[in-house]
Write a protein that binds this ligand. Structure first.
Ligand code: ADP
Length: 305
């Protein structure tokens, strides 16, 4: 049948054209995606056309998702680079001042041969104070580095927080009385959590040192806790000068201070609250700072039991 043969030939030609167009489009998209994957893998720069829109089919959707993920990772990497650079700058800036002071004092002692014994002693004492400051900064940087690295395993054991806080109260008794401050420890005894004793100590020690340094004379520190489920919720507050609202969100950042001059004068490294935050996270919790009703600041955080 002549008609049937012609019909079959036309049908085969049409089918071939349709199939060719389909596989051609698929092939182009797959090779586009493979070029993109190769360049991304080899960290080569991507042209705009590599990130161009894919057709509106399943493959296009997958490709666009992959590209979106890639762009997100690139942005995060760029942000991390900026943060790293800022941190390095901050560390250099923090170290510069004490190092320059020590250099200045020692240079004066060495060059001024007629210096009185009294002045020499004074300059040496000041140099020593600056070395203590350097040690404090380096210790805090090292603690944060260990917390960040995630590779150093911290030993977790049952720790009595009531006892930890009682020790801190004894250790800071002189400073507290010097400022006519009261520390009200309303924790139940014993209050046992599974954690790292040294990190848990640094949480409460840093908060206490900060309250002593900034809250002001005659103020009161109050520490309470309640348990819900697997967590202990702590509230560490003082009724001192407090922290202005616009700074509250940022005080856990490294080297962030409300009053730079006062912090340095009080021996602050600007890293205390960053350590507190990371130590709390290490114990499965989160921490926030808010204005206390009345006056002062309230740190609310939880620790896994
Ligand atoms: P620093 O070494 O400067 O104390 P921190 O990270 O411990 O660094 O604290 C950050 C800043 O938060 C401090 O410089 C201080 O301005 C503010 N701050 C912390 N605790 C208190 C507090 N209890 N009352 C008032 N201000 C505080």
């Amino acid at each position: 049948d002549q008609h049937f043969i012609w019909f079959a030939i036309v049908a085969v030609i049409l089918l071939t054209i349709v199939l060719y167009r389909f596989t051609d489009r698929l092939g182009k998209n797959v090779s586009k995606l493979s070029i993109f994957a190769y360049k991304a893998d080899h960290n080569e720069s991507l042209e705009v056309e590599d990130l161009a829109k894919f057709p509106n089919d399943e493959l296009g959707e997958i490709a666009e998702r992959i590209i979106k993920m890639y762009k997100r990772i690139q942005t995060t990497r760029r942000e991390q680079d900026v943060l790293k650079r800022q941190l390095t700058q901050n560390i250099a800036h923090e170290l510069k001042t004490p190092v320059a002071s020590i250099q200045g004092y020692i240079e004066t002692i060495l060059t001024d041969t007629k210096m009185t014994e009294e002045n020499r002693q004074l300059f040496l004492e000041r140099s020593f104070a600056q070395t203590q400051r350097l040690t404090a900064i380096l210790q805090d940087i090292s603690t944060l580095h260990r917390l960040d690295s995630g590779t150093i395993a911290y030993e977790f054991e049952p720790v009595d927080i009531y006892e930890t806080v009682s020790h801190i109260q004894q250790e800071t008794a002189l400073q507290l009385s010097g400022r006519r401050m009261t520390f009200v420890n309303q924790l139940p005894s014993p209050l046992i959590v599974r954690g790292n004793a040294s990190l848990l100590y640094s949480i409460f020690r840093n908060l206490t040192d900060n309250a002593i340094a900034y809250a002001g004379d005659g103020t009161t520190i109050t520490l309470t806790a309640r348990q819900t489920g697997d967590y202990w919720h702590f509230c560490f507050s003082d009724n001192g000068v407090g922290i202005p609202q616009e700074h509250l969100m940022r005080i856990f950042e490294r080297f962030y201070r409300v009053d730079k001059g006062r912090s340095r004068k009080m021996g602050g490294t600007g890293l205390g609250l960053a350590i507190v935050k990371n130590a709390v996270i290490m114990h499965g919790g989160t921490i926030t700072a808010c204005r206390n009703e009345g006056s002062g600041v309230r740190f609310v955080f939880d620790i896994h039991c």
